[in-house]
Design a protein around this ligand. Structure first.
Ligand code: UT7
Length: 342
């Protein structure tokens, strides 16, 4: 058996493909120099500690569903499909337009798809592997043919602009995959997916206010409970550990070693996290796609935006293995093994 046969062994499962990929970043740029005017920080601190120089900020009247719809339209164009071809919509987000209806429902309207099932998925920054896993499972059991798995976040709406430790990190963005059981004209084959959650870490990255646990009151607003809270140091350590483990697990599923992977598309949280994983796995850092310098941390969307960037720059060759890998609130982890068809 050669290498390709080994990684294609899906144990009798129906093959799953990505027919189209699209991403979207809002136009408005927020630079480190802009942030210096908002909180006590410096361009030097932000670039040294995170690698981030600028991030994109959505307009006030541009909601998560707008970002998601833009990415979805690009994925459909990439697949040469129309909204009538969409059989279901999944939106992974932690910044839904509203508590209900689902953000996916708003996306359905905005892209002109009709009557297909719509659902939101909450997996922190792991929206890509979780979304691909859910879409693959639905496609395998039918009757679906094409499912939009979108990851979108307008994280700047839950960012505390008085907290210098977190507000320098985040940006807004979206990525969409048209996942399909039809291989004709497909760009990627989805070979393996690994997803997990370690609930011991629910207290290091969370947003306390607004849910059933702490409904909104004047007090919760005054105490800034509707903004993201993070223990940066702990999250940093867990991110390295969690993404390393997710990669090992997805490689085991594919019966390959990490050095056979052409590119890793890690969650773009901090350049230092990417370097640490590369070092820990003894792999060249240039194999870890990094867009954090100009995108910031776009939460669930970041892996997809990084993959789209690699495609648009022509960095992939047919047959290349690409591994998106993520880490997020939950604590979720996930990794996928995809083959670029071209
Ligand atoms: O998608 C969600 C996943 N999120 C992540 O993966 C984030 C993971 N965590 C991190 O990336 C890093 O922990 C941070 C970038 C958030 C912080 O970096 P750090 O090296 O862990 O900094 P620190 O928390 O140890 O803070 C070092 C110093 C502190 O000052 P003292 O106590 O040494 O005097 C902070 O008060 O830097 C100070 N500091 C800042 N200074 C300037 C914290 N934030 C800032 C800031 N500008 N924005």
């Amino acid at each position: 058996m050669n290498e390709n046969e080994l990684i294609s062994d899906r144990r009798g499962k129906k093959p799953i493909f990505v027919r189209g990929l699209g991403s979207y970043l809002p136009e408005r740029i927020l630079s480190n120099a802009d942030l210096e005017k908002i909180v006590a920080t410096s361009d030097e601190w932000i670039t040294t500690r995170t690698g981030i120089r600028e991030r994109r900020i959505a307009e006030e009247n541009q909601y998560t569903s707008d970002l998601a719809a833009e990415a979805a339209k690009k994925a459909l164009a990439d697949a040469q499909c129309g909204p009538e071809d969409v059989d279901a919509i999944i939106v992974a987000t932690v910044t839904a337009d509203m508590a209900f209806p689902s953000t996916a429902a708003f996306v359905q309207k905005k892209i002109g798809a009709r009557n297909c099932p719509c659902m939101d998925l909450e997996a922190g920054c792991s929206g890509v592997p979780y979304g691909l896993e859910l879409a693959s499972a639905l496609l395998r059991q039918g009757p679906y043919r094409n499912i939009l798995a979108i990851s979108a976040d307008k994280l700047t709406t839950i960012t505390d602009w008085q907290d210098r430790l977190t507000c320098v990190l985040f940006g807004d963005g979206a990525a969409a995959f048209l996942v399909s059981c039809e291989g004709v004209g497909a760009k990627w084959e989805v070979l393996h997916i690994y997803i997990a959650n370690d609930s011991d870490g629910t207290d290091i990255l969370y947003l306390p206010g607004g849910g059933s646990h702490m409904p909104a009151t004047e007090e919760t607003v005054k105490n800034r409970m509707h903004f993201l809270k993070m223990n940066g140091k702990e999250v940093f350590k867990e991110a390295i550990k969690g993404m390393g483990l997710a990669l090992e697990n997805v490689c085991a599923l594919g019966n390959i070693t990490p050095d056979q992977i052409r590119f890793f598309a890690p969650h773009q949280a901090n350049k230092r996290i990417l370097s640490a994983i590369a070092e820990h796995m003894n792999l060249p850092p240039e194999r870890f796609l990094s867009i954090v310098e100009w995108s910031g941390n776009t939460s669930s969307a970041s892996l997809g935006i990084a993959m789209d960037h690699a495609v648009h720059h022509g960095w992939l060759r047919p047959g290349d293995l690409v591994a998106p890998v993520s880490f997020g609130a939950g604590l979720t982890t996930g990794a996928c093994l995809l083959r670029w068809i071209g």
